[in-house]
Design a protein around this ligand. Sequence first.
Ligand code: IMP
Length: 427
Amino acid sequence: MSKGFIDVVLGLQWGDEGKGKIADFLTPTYDVVARFQGGPNAGHSLEMNGKKHVLNTIPSGIFHKNCLNLIGNGVVMDPVRLMEEIRRTEEAGADVKNNLYISRKANLILPTHKLLDAASEKHKGDKKIGSTLRGIGPTYRDKYGRSGVRAGDMFDPEFKQKYQKAIERHLALMNHLNFDDFDLESLENEFFNAVDALKQYKFVDSEYFINDLINQGKKILAEGAQGSMLDIDFGSYPFVTSSNTISGGMTVGLGVAPKHVRSVKGIFKAYCTRVGSGPFPSELDDDIGEQLRKKGHEFGATTGRPRRCGWLDLVALKYAVMLSGVDELIMMKSDVLSGFDKVLVGTGYKDKSGNTLDTIPYDFVSAGFEAVYTEHEGWHDDLTVVRDEKDFPQSFSNYISWLEAEVGVPIKVISLGPDRVQTVVRG
Ligand code: IMP
């Protein structure tokens, strides 16, 4: 049988690019969809037949009957949230029992990891990161500190002791941070009930599982979460998440060698958004920002928080394309840009002394950059009803060609609305 491969699909901005819709749209051509990092801080929205489904930890292929879905070792998973998500997804008709596989090596988010997230944000005061408070940072801290509790441990007769050891450490930390506003007993009941329920699903040694699938000739889509500018190494540190969101994160988050990667697909929105704190040079604090938020429904799928909105930032986009070796681009929410006389794109940054640059420097967070823009003629047509590239308004086609030339990567898919049918694939 022919050899299988992996395509990676990931967000190139600050998350919320629309990865759920695209992964779901691409799924019919793949046998497997795998998540390799992050956890329930993600919110991947899928819209089918006018109904919206939000996935947090489960990969976006779950609604396709013949697609296997893998939660990889690089993911951190919260049994409580995962069980809630499984129930919702089963109610919506997905065959989770048969089609979901979970890595035994995925680290568990314990109740006290979520409390520690809140304690740490409170301690940071106005320097807080704006975390989703899902326990992501504290869980990865334990993983890399070599004291994490893993999914496979749930089946160990000594699980409770392992859990207890971790909890004691966490309680001491919270005591140190003067954080005591919680009811651990009820959180623990919820946690152990979820652990029991979760054990009926399939847990695997995922590195063998996925490499076997590749050897059997299967086509795999590795689905990133968050966005490249939230990467722990290359994002706007410390205003980042705690995992590697770029394509390199896939190899360690699944146990797959780089030689199996066929292509990297990068998703970006036709404008930019960000939730939480941290630099955003092309942010719009004005009427246009408000229009983008309203028209684009820019409120967090996971937390409901209003997203900060701004023009497309090409400096950040080119950086993300470089970091992940993006082969093809997917542009989302282009319809939201309809109705503006001028569409602006940030092509450089200006610091407080007026110096400009077109790369992301080490002092990105402290420099207080503002974007320098190029202007493009806008378009007023309703793009949500367009199904063919030849029906694009001329100024929109010009905008696409200009972006491709600037970034040096073709835009292969253009999304013009939340539904699967509102998607134009270009030759
Ligand atoms: P954490 O990953 O929950 O600790 O959050 C760290 C930062 O990443 C915060 O600014 C969050 O708002 C942001 N973040 C985390 N997950 C997502 C996501 O899926 N989409 C967008 N932003 C996210």
